[in-house]
Design a protein around this ligand. Structure first.
Ligand code: NAD
Length: 472
C-alpha cells in the first residue's frame, strides 16, 4: 500500500497479518479477531448559534465482543471517517488484551472541528450523539463505555453521563456508562494524566532494559535522555511532564502552529503557559522557532514521542528521523512504510497499542470504582496508617533508634486513591512491556516490537474466542 491511498484500518490489518504468521491460530479465528463486529454511522441535525441547521456525521464502532463492555474513546476531529474509527476500535481490542483489561475494543468519532463551535453547540452535539447511542443500545456500563480522545475531555464526558442518567432513571450503575469523567461525577483521581503517565512508565521500562539500550547505542535509564514531543494536548503534555520530572531533557516541542527547540531543555509548564498567554508555542524565550510542526519529527534526540494524530511519520519523512526510540503516544502515528524504514535503520518503535494503554487501564479502574460505588483507599487508608504507626513504634522501641521525620511520614502514609491508581498503572505497564519483550526475544523471526505486541494480543483474544466455544 502506498502512502497516497493510505487506509488506517488497512494498516492495522497489515500489521495484524504480519503478526498472525507467528501464531498458531487457524484462519477462521484470525478472521473473527480481525473483523469489526458492528459499525454504527449516524447523521443528526444541530441548530447553530446563528440559527442555521447543520447535519453532523458521527460514528461508533464496536470492533470485538469477545469481552464486554466494549471500550474506547470518542474523538472530535474534522478528519474523522469510518476507516479511521474502525482502525482505532481495532487497536482498542488489541490494547485491552495486552494490558489485561477485560473489554472488547470500541471507538467513536464526530466529524467536527471543535474549535469552530461554541461550548453550547458542542454540548448539544455531545448530548444528541449520546441519545443516538442510547437509541441503538450502543452505550451502557455493560455494553459499550466511551472515554475521552482527541478533541474531547472531562467536560464532554460529564455531558454524556448526564444525558445517559437522565434517560435511565434509577439505574444504579449508570456512572459506569462512560469514563474520563470529572471526579465529582464519578471519575477517578489520576485518569486525566493516565495516558501520559503510562507512556512514561512504558518507555522508562524499555530504557531500563540494558541489552535493548546497548543495541541502540544508548545508556540505560531515563535521566538526561533528550526527548522531543509532538502535540501538547492531554497525552503529549503529561508525557513530556513526567519525562521532565524524571530528569530527561525536553529539547523539542511541537504544536499545530509550529515547533520549538532548545539544546538546554524546555520547561514544559512554562511553554504550556506561554501558549495559553500568546496563543502559540512559537517565540518561547530562549528557544529556536520552526515554522512547520513536522520539523520536530526530524530533530536530533534520543526519544521522539508523537502525541497528536495518526500518519505523521511515513515513507517520505521516516528516513530523516534521527531519534533512536520512537514512543507512539498517539494512535497510529507511523505508516507501515515508516515501520519498514525503522526496522532497517535499527530504530526501536514502541507501539501505540500498548504504550498509550494507560488511559484505558485507568478507565478500567474508574469503571470498577463506579460499579463498586466506593472510592479507592476509603476502607483501608486509616487502617494501614494505624498499622504502620504500630509497626514503626515497635521497631523504634526494640532498636532504641528513631527514624527521621520525613521517613516517618513516608512509612506511615496509607494509600489515597491516586496512589493506588498510579501503582496499578505502573504494574500494568511494566508487566505488559516485559511480556512483549519476552515474546520478541523468544522468536527470532519477529521483526519488531509492534509485531511482538500484536502476537501477544492475538494469542489472548484468540484464546478468549476459542474458549467461548464458537470455534470447536
Ligand atoms: P488532545 O486533543 O488533548 O491533544 C492533541 C494535541 O495535538 C492538541 O493540542 C493539538 O493542537 C495538537 N496537534 C494537532 N495537530 C498537530 C500537529 N500536526 N502537530 C503538532 N501538534 C498537533 O488529544 P489527546 O487526548 O492528547 O490525544 C492525542 C493522541 O493520543 C490521539 O492519537 C489519541 O487517539 C491518542 N490517545 C489518547 C488517549 C487519551 O486518554 N486522551 C488515550 C490513548 C490514545
Amino acid at each position: 500500500m502506498s502512502d497516497q491511498n493510505y487506509s488506517f484500518f488497512g494498516a492495522v490489518e497489515e500489521s495484524f497479518d504480519k503478526a498472525a504468521k507467528h501464531t498458531k491460530w487457524d484462519e477462521g479465528i484470525l478472521n473473527q479477531i480481525k473483523a469489526c463486529n458492528a459499525v454504527y454511522r449516524m447523521r443528526f441535525p444541530v441548530k447553530r448559534d446563528n440559527g442555521s441547521i447543520e447535519v453532523i456525521e458521527a460514528y461508533r464502532v464496536q470492533h470485538s465482543h469477545h469481552k464486554t463492555p466494549c471500550k474506547g474513546g470518542i474523538r472530535f476531529s474534522e478528519a474523522v471517517n469510518q476507516d479511521e474509527v474502525m482502525a482505532l476500535a481495532a487497536l482498542m481490542t488489541y490494547k485491552c488484551a495486552i494490558v489485561n483489561v477485560p473489554f472488547g475494543g470500541g471507538k467513536g468519532g464526530i466529524k467536527i472541528n471543535p474549535k469552530a463551535y461554541s461550548a453550547y453547540e458542542l454540548e448539544k452535539i455531545t448530548r444528541r450523539y449520546t441519545a443516538e447511542l442510547i437509541k441503538k443500545d450502543f452505550i451502557g456500563p455493560g455494553t459499550d463505555v466511551p472515554a475521552p480522545d482527541y478533541g474531547t475531555g472531562e467536560r464532554e464526558m460529564a455531558w454524556i453521563i448526564d444525558t445517559y442518567s437522565a434517560m435511565h432513571p434509577g439505574e444504579i450503575d449508570a456512572a459506569g456508562c462512560v469514563t474520563g469523567k470529572p471526579v465529582s461525577q464519578g471519575g477517578v483521581r489520576g485518569r486525566r494524566e493516565a495516558t501520559g503517565l503510562g507512556v512514561f512508565f512504558g518507555l522508562r521500562e524499555v530504557c531500563n532494559t540494558p541489552d535493548v539500550m546497548e543495541k541502540l547505542g544508548l545508556t540505560p535509564g531515563v535521566k538526561d535522555k533528550r526527548v522531543v514531543v509532538q502535540g501538547l494536548g492531554n497525552v503529549g503534555y503529561h508525557s513530556a511532564k513526567f519525562f521532565q520530572d524524571a530528569g530527561a531533557k525536553i529539547v523539542g516541542l511541537a504544536e499545530y502552529e509550529g515547533a520549538i527547540w532548545s539544546d538546554d531543555g524546555l520547561d514544559v509548564d512554562a511553554v504550556f503557559q506561554h501558549r495559553k498567554n500568546t496563543g502559540s508555542i512559537l517565540n518561547f524565550p530562549g528557544s529556536q522557532n520552526f515554522a512547520k510542526n513536522t520539523d520536530a519529527l526530524e530533530m536530533d534526540c534520543d526519544i521522539l514521542i508523537p502525541a497528536a494524530l495518526e500518519n505523521v511519520i511515513n515513507g517520505e519523512n521516516a528516513p530523516r528521523v534521527k531519534a533512536k526510540i520512537i514512543g507512539e503516544a498517539a494512535n497510529g502515528p507511523l505508516t507501515p512504510e515508516a515501520d519498514d524504514v525503522f526496522v532497517k535503520k535499527g530504530v526501536l518503535v514502541v507501539p501505540d497499542m500498548y504504550l498509550n494503554a494507560g488511559g484505558v487501564t485507568v478507565s478500567y479502574f474508574e469503571w470498577l470504582k463506579n460499579l463498586s460505588h466506593v472510592r479507592y483507599g476509603r476502607l483501608e487508608k486509616r487502617f494501614t496508617e494505624n498499622m504502620n504507626a504500630h509497626i514503626l513504634s515497635q521497631i523504634e522501641e526494640l532498636s532504641g533508634k528513631q527514624v527521621k521525620d520525613n521517613e516517618r511520614e513516608f512509612i506511615m502514609h496509607g494509600p489515597d486513591e491516586v496512589d493506588l491508581v498510579y501503582s496499578g498503572l505502573e504494574e500494568t505497564m511494566i508487566t505488559a512491556t516485559k511480556e512483549i519483550m519476552t515474546k520478541w526475544q523468544e522468536d527470532p523471526n519477529i521483526p519488531d516490537m509492534r509485531t511482538a505486541a500484536y502476537v501477544v494480543a492475538i494469542n489472548k483474544v484468540g484464546t478468549s474466542y476459542a474458549e467461548l466455544g464458537i470455534f470447536p
